[in-house]
Design a protein around this ligand. Structure first.
Ligand SMILES: C[S@@+](CC[C@H](N)C(=O)[O-])C[C@H]1O[C@@H](n2cnc3c(N)ncnc32)[C@H](O)[C@@H]1O
Length: 327
């Protein structure tokens, strides 16, 4: 493989960040740990396996939409763009856009270092004409991208409905930051999971093979290996359900019994049935997401849905006119 073809920037959050956020989250009521901590190398592999599960409709649905709208995306974007993918993971969906867009440069940004490197090296090998850059970084922070002299528009690609993992007010702040980084003339192409029959949602996050459960429980393995946590993963179980009142799927690790775990010398007590909230996945109607985009100062240009209305892909322009954004 042409490994030298990838320019890599390492801004991986430190173990101290993991330590501080985990201690803070376990001390809170209710207990919680942010979903970005799912993604060590094993977590990324498990997420990739989730995408293959028959119940997990988002990946195959978004890929089918991207396949059918790639040429239109290319027309909207124009030639020689710089393509920036946030939470690029296995960098599979981007392949559906590359030969339509023929971008000058590609930047993959993800928090999962080894998995990111493996994915972008594969991409550089398969698309030798493409200039490939990668940054291991937390996309919720300001990421310093190197300048891209002489390039066309910036197109940020944010697939997988990862936007749903933000609380709505944080999603707004995140979109505002993307708007500032992209600058007028650029655009955001974003995959957003739609509200739908709760039975479809509940099945998607509780696959029969138990892959989502393994993904959720892997977080506890990470606490053991990286923070030396004293706990038995067998004492927790995966729980995921659609919370209709909040418009989100919630994932939890539920304590099977009254127990105490130790993390970095601190003790955390659990009642039987008490949980660590590990992920929210907010679902949006097209109208709700357009309203959020407008508030962030982004201009909805086009939206594509599948025929069953399971998933949406939005093209949002960054224009000069400032919308009345609320931070
Ligand atoms: C739901 S997965 C989506 C993966 C892929 N983009 C897709 O659409 O299938 C979320 C991806 O974002 C990455 N990620 C999650 N939180 C992140 C953060 N705060 N900063 C950077 N990457 C993050 C994960 O490592 C993972 O690859």
């Amino acid at each position: 493989m042409r490994q030298e073809a990838v320019r890599f920037y390492d801004e991986q959050p430190s173990t101290a960040t993991l330590r501080d956020e985990v201690l803070q989250g376990l001390s809170a009521r209710p207990k919680h740990i942010a979903p970005k901590f799912f993604y060590d190398e094993q977590g990324s592999r498990l997420f990739d396996a989730i995408c293959e599960q028959p119940e997990y409709y988002p990946t195959r649905t978004e890929m089918a939409i991207l396949e059918s709208c790639a040429d239109e995306v290319a027309c909207l974007t124009g030639p020689d763009c710089t393509l920036i993918e946030l939470g690029s993971g296995a960098s599979k969906k981007i392949r559906l856009l590359l030969e339509a867009l023929w971008p000058r440069q590609y930047f993959g940004i993800d928090i999962s270092r080894e998995f990111l490197l493996e994915s972008v090296r594969r991409l550089a090998h398969d698309y030798p004409w493409l200039e490939v850059h990668a940054a291991c970084a937390d996309f919720a922070q300001d990421v310093d991208l190197p300048d891209c002299p002489g390039s066309g528009r910036k197109l940020v690609f944010f697939p997988g409905s990862t936007i749903g993992n933000f609380e709505p007010r944080d999603a707004l702040a995140f979109l505002q930051r993307v708007r500032r980084q992209v600058q007028p003339g650029g655009a955001l192409l974003i995959g957003v999971d739609l509200k739908k029959d709760p039975r479809v949602l509940n099945a998607a996050y509780n696959d029969d093979q138990g892959v989502t459960a393994a993904f959720n429980l892997n977080l506890l393995e990470r606490l053991r290996t990286e923070l030396g946590a004293e706990l038995d993963p067998e004492n927790f179980r995966h729980h995921a359900f659609y919370n209709a009142a909040r418009g989100r799927v919630e994932m939890h690790l539920v304590s099977r019994r009254t127990q105490e775990i130790r993390v970095l010398g601190k003790r955390f007590r659990f009642d039987a049935g008490e949980s660590i909230h590990t992920e929210s996945s907010y679902k949006y109607s097209v109208e709700e997401f357009h309203a959020l985009a407008h508030r962030a100062g982004l201009q909805p240009r086009q939206v594509w849905l599948d025929s069953a209305r399971l998933f949406s892909v939005h093209y949002l322009d960054v224009t000069r006119r400032q919308s009345p954004a609320v931070a």
